[in-house]
Write a protein that binds this ligand. Structure first.
Ligand code: ATP
Ligand code: MG
Length: 171
């Protein structure tokens, strides 16, 4: 592995980033968290242990969630709420079977409102996925290496991810 991360834009809407270790994940997460705006929805996918909760902890730092509000996996509670410069709604749909369960869990009202929703195992949402969203797929490529695939949907996320790739993620 070289010191530089691999960074490519596959096509107009797919951005790839090779992350080296947890510290690198932390930088990426914080940069994302700084960019978050009211109503944002970030959908995280990847195998068990890929690092969805870990990157959410750094998104929270970037959103100025204080360290005393420690971000932990919401897989049992389905959602944890944190207060930063915006509300952060961290959800985990692993235990839900599909769209009907997601709807029945009563969490849709937190998505796309005045806070930021970060959702693990968001594939369970199916057609309930909002139109404007940032999809982040995390693939394990080594003990601490992870391939991040960013797919922004909507002009706002496309612009922000393009800027992050040009200005923040490139070292
Ligand atoms: N580059 C990395 N980025 C994130 N986590 C990493 C990295 N390298 C190693 N890890 C480790 O991988 C683990 C990721 O666990 P985490 O709970 O974040 O995964 P998850 O995707 O949320 O899993 P689950 O599907 O069970 O919710 C942690 O123990 C973390 O320290
Ligand atoms: Mg998790």
């Amino acid at each position: 592995m070289t010191d530089k991360c691999i960074i490519t834009q596959d096509d107009r809407n797919t951005f790839l980033l090779q992350v080296r270790d947890v510290a690198h994940t932390a930088r990426i997460g914080q940069a994302l968290g700084k960019q978050c705006c009211p109503g944002d929805v970030l959908l995280l996918s990847g195998d068990l242990g890929a690092g969805k909760t870990t990157v959410t902890q750094s998104i929270a730092v970037g959103m100025e969630v204080s360290p005393d509000q420690y971000v932990t996996s919401p897989s049992f509670a389905l959602m944890h709420e944190y207060r930063g410069r915006l509300p952060l709604y961290h959800m985990d749909f692993y235990r839900l079977a599909g769209e009907d369960d997601v709807e029945g869990a009563g969490l849709l009202e937190y998505i796309g409102g005045s806070g930021v929703a970060v959702i693990e195992w968001a594939d369970r949402m199916g057609s309930l996925c909002p139109q404007n969203r940032l999809e982040i797929k995390i693939t394990c490529t080594g003990e601490t290496e992870r391939l991040y695939t960013f797919i922004p949907y909507g002009a706002s996320w496309l612009k922000r991810i393009s800027c992050l790739f040009t200005e923040e993620f490139s070292d």
